[in-house]
Design a protein around this ligand. Sequence first.
Ligand code: SF4
Length: 339
Amino acid sequence: MRAFFYSRPDTLAAVVRAPPHSRYLAGGTSLIDLMKVDVERPEHVINIKALSLDAIEPLPDGGLRLGALTTNARTAAHPLVRTNYPILASALLAGASARIRHVATNGGNINQRTRCHYFYDTNAACNKRAPGTGCTARGTRNRVHAILGTSADCIAAFPSDMCVVLAMLDATINLYGPQGARRVHARDYHRLPGGTPWLETVLRPGELVLSIDLPPISFGSHYTYLKIRDLNVLALAVVSVAVGLEMDGDVIRHGRVALGGVASRPWYVPEVEGMLCGRRPSRSLFRDVADRLMQGAEVDRGNAAKRTLAPRVIQHALWQAATASPQPDGNLPVWSCSD
Ligand code: SF4
């Protein structure tokens, strides 16, 4: 690890006066790992944990505000999250280990970087880590990589479980920076790689996440977060699906689906809401929804199985939501297909 300057300011104004080549430190579960392997090389590390950004509080419109410094574990256990947004609790509990969830923060979860193994290997070409050097993952060992939203320059999958649910819920992220405060939809927060894979979010220099606003929405029991992974603990999604349905008897009044593990960012297709609206659950409807979500998928040498697996997981998740049978927390299916 390289030497760096360290500070721990206690006001927002002081934090956003960060000099160039700075990184904000909260839980540190991602940043410190990346500094140890020389992928992140900040000259200044600014610890933001003295800021009062760890509240979870109801909003006047009936929604809920999650502080950026609230840990993932505390968020998942909060009574208002468990009662009003159980799908968010499910996604948080499906991510990482209990030990990491007790340290990792909501702001850090949103800003975590890819787990592409070549990104961590400083001997490998990687456009995300070293712009213009190439993409080692293309045409090589890439079974965990993305098949949607990729580019010639990068096929890394976005790793967060929480962000898949934030995209499905249409949450809003509150930011603060040298130019003041602004709000960004969670669905617009992460960029597609295109020709600039090193630009992963819409964060401007010096900005940080203050909080996340969840809209007032309830799916009753008609939701699920279904995650397929390689191991029963500490594994990223091979495919994950967040579904929320508002039912009127046996008719879907409003439905949303978001995907994780298969795309360069949380994958949301607004057109799917129109496909589900006013329809009764059926095999043909759910197959059409899965086909629409997978439209444009491009496989590479090692990840073709995701193209086959994902539509099946999407349809299964839709039936779980339609029948009010959410995937039990901590009981996630394991995928046994080998490389
Ligand atoms: Fe780097 Fe992206 Fe290629 Fe992985 S997929 S090696 S992160 S450019």
